[in-house]
Design a protein around this ligand. Structure first.
Ligand code: F6R
Length: 616
């Protein structure tokens, strides 16, 4: 949450900061600001601080009249934690003398004590944020050390919490001091200067060779390059990561919004996630897990821990792991898991699923599980992310950067990766033969074409269903088995992008309460694909129909009978029930987006949300 960016070099800092902030806006968009270095008429360096509430586009207009000559600056786009979204609380925050400016992503847990102490020593605060203490701590340390990088290191010894920090000082023109603990920071040098950002997407135009800073590492950016130190100020040589995904990912490429573009990328995600995973003898190749078949065979319990959409991917995995490996699998919200005392033994496998790889609750749950002796696998979309680094093994989903705040393509990448893991466990446990693995693998690959078929043929049907839903106050999503798991995700997608209240229920639970909600015209969106429980779902729908519900069915192509009870039908191709989540999720994603567009919502940046949830 929150995006930070910085540039120092020969180019126009204002343009680079604004472009970077726009790419980082998925991390938060309630206010934005920059600090730009300017040479005064007297020849001294001064900091121009511009901050405003709302999105980066507003900041951009405000900056339009400013001096374009600045070649060093830092910027920030905010998702409020401490202090409401306001101009005063927007970053950068400055020291009392206005000569040091700081942008920060994370949380300073001991800010209240630090603020009291700093106020006691005469510092004046201008905001309600936790971040502002950093500006004053660096100011004090700078008075002693006379060196910005050293001052940032000292300030970091005083704060407790998570931070990615970039700081500038008018007395050291052209220098940006950077620090990191538990919040992502990448730095890199391009042809015209040095860059820092919360995410590689903000600097990929300049360089594809970046350093993902590790906790406790510091970087000093100057126009001619970057130097790295540890917490004691000793020089270090961090590893370079090469970014191989395409910059097209960061552009809409002719689509009206990123959400639609990313939904349409899902066939590729399925294909890429499967590349190289099946060996010539029908054995699955997931070497990154780092466990032998014998070790996998010893696993007797699986926990999937995740949040939000990633949690729903876990619900789907539970069905597959229990069916194919015949071992118990529990799915838990990471925010609950970390505060319970789950039963974990050395033969427990914890699978942490996180698109961003930086969700605070998921990370805390990983740490807790490892302390308790579990083996932890991460499934994430972000190379080098904290989830990847802190897990014993990691599977990278091949979704590429996901820009829309609502997860779509990364969800599909997660399901495909979890499906592979379930197959691998089934194989290691001797429950699936190599022949079965080969057959399942090929059918899994076929879902790419099936998704494409949905995208090519069902958009009109989705549009009609969306028109029927758009003016509702509330909607119910129902299904059984896989259909129930998909329904949870369908409801989440609808509510987060369209602000229409939606809930999901296992269809058999309807008559135990939720059916009371149904009155004429109430939308019930049902996953009624061909599955062992198809007839049961249809019976449950008849109960809804009898009470006047407006039914949208996600059904299997060729199912004409469903039209007798459903007002709208969106088809998916016939598919093995185990893989139905991959295909049936697509119409639900499209439906959520269509309803949101019809209701005039910003589908890429829904209110109150941020893509990386780095706070508890
Ligand atoms: C919803 C959505 C969120 C995330 C959740 C976990 O569309 O994207 O519910 O799934 O915040 O995020 P990650 O997967 O990054 O841990």
């Amino acid at each position: 949450m929150c995006g930070i960016v910085g540039y120092t070099g020969a180019d126009t800092a204002k343009r680079i900061l604004i472009e970077g902030l726009k790419r980082l806006e998925y991390r938060g968009y309630d206010s934005a600001g920059v600090a730009l270095e300017r040479t005064s008429a007297a020849g001294s360096c001064e900091l121009d601080i511009v901050r405003r509430t709302g999105k980066v586009a507003g900041l951009e207009s405000e900056l339009a009249h400013m001096d374009p000559d600045s070649t060093c600056g830092i910027g920030h786009t905010r998702w409020a934690t401490h202090g409401r979204p306001s101009q005063a609380n927007a970053h950068p925050h400055v020291s009392c003398d206005g000569r040091i400016a700081v942008v920060h992503n994370g949380i300073i847990e001991n800010f209240a004590e630090l603020r009291t102490e700093l106020e006691g020593r005469g510092h004046r605060f201008a905001s309600e944020t936790d971040t502002e203490v950093l500006a004053h701590l660096i100011e004090e340390a700078y008075a002693e050390a006379g060196d910005l990088m050293a001052a940032v290191r000292v300030a970091c010894t005083q704060v407790v919490g998570a931070y990615g920090i970039a700081a500038v000082c008018a007395d050291e023109p052209g220098v940006i001091a950077v620090a990191r603990k538990d919040s992502p920071i990448v730095v890199g040098t391009g042809a015209s200067g040095s860059y820092v950002a919360s995410d590689v997407i903000a600097l990929i135009d300049a360089t594809r060779d970046v350093v993902v800073l590790e906790d406790g590492q510091f970087a000093r950016l100057a126009p001619e390059g970057i130097t790295y130190t540890d917490a004691d100020g000793a020089p270090i040589e961090p590893a370079i990561t090469h970014i191989d995904w395409d910059i097209d990912t960061a552009e809409k490429g002719g689509y009206p919004d990123f959400m639609l573009k990313e939904i349409c990328e899902q066939p590729r995600v399925v294909r890429d996630t499967l590349v190289g995973r099946l060996g010539p003898n029908g054995e699955l190749d997931i070497d990154e897990l780092g466990l032998t078949f014998e070790e996998l065979n010893l696993i007797d319990r699986v926990y999937v821990i995740a949040c939000g959409t990633s949690y729903h991917a876990g619900l789907i995995a539970k069905n597959l792991i229990e069916a194919w490996a015949r071992i118990p699998c529990e799915v838990e919200a990471a925010s609950e898991f970390r505060y319970r005392n789950p039963i974990i033994t050395p033969s427990t496998l914890v699978v942490a699923v996180s698109q961003s790889g930086e969700t605070a609750d998921t990370l805390a749950a990983i740490r807790d599980a490892r302390i308790k002796g579990a083996k932890v696998f991460g499934i994430t979309n972000v190379v080098g992310s904290p989830v990847a680094r802190e897990s014993d093994g990691v599977i990278y989903t091949k979704a590429n950067k996901e820009i829309a705040v609502a997860s779509t393509k990364s969800f599909i990448g997660q399901i495909v990766s979890l499906t592979l893991l379930a197959m691998l466990l089934g194989q290691a446990k001797g429950k699936l033969t190599t022949g079965q693995i080969r057959m399942l693998f090929h059918e899994l690959g076929d879902t790419a074409a099936q998704i494409q078929w949905i995208l090519d043929t069902q958009r009109e049907a989705v549009h009609r269903a969306a028109l029927a839903c758009k003016d509702a106050q509330s909607a119910l999503f129902v299904g059984r088995g896989m259909g129930a798991a998909i329904s949870y995700e369908g409801a989440l997608k609808l509510k987060e992008v369209s602000y229409l209240h939606a809930e999901a229920y296992a269809a058999g639970e309807m008559k135990h309460g939720p059916i009371a909600l149904i009155d004429p015209g109430f939308p019930v969106i049902a996953v009624t694909t061909k599955s062992p429980t198809y007839d049961k779902v249809v019976s449950n729908l008849k109960e809804c129909e009898a009470r006047g519900a407006m039914i949208v069915a996600i059904a299997t192509e060729g199912d004409e009978d469903i039209k007798q009870i459903a007002d709208h039908v969106v088809y998916i191709p016939p598919v093995r029930d185990a893989f139905s989540a991959i295909t049936a999720s697509v119409p639900l994603q499209l439906l959520a987006r269509e309803v949101a567009v019809m209701r005039g919502c910003d589908v890429d940046q829904p209110r109150n949300l941020a893509k990386s949830v780095t706070v508890e």
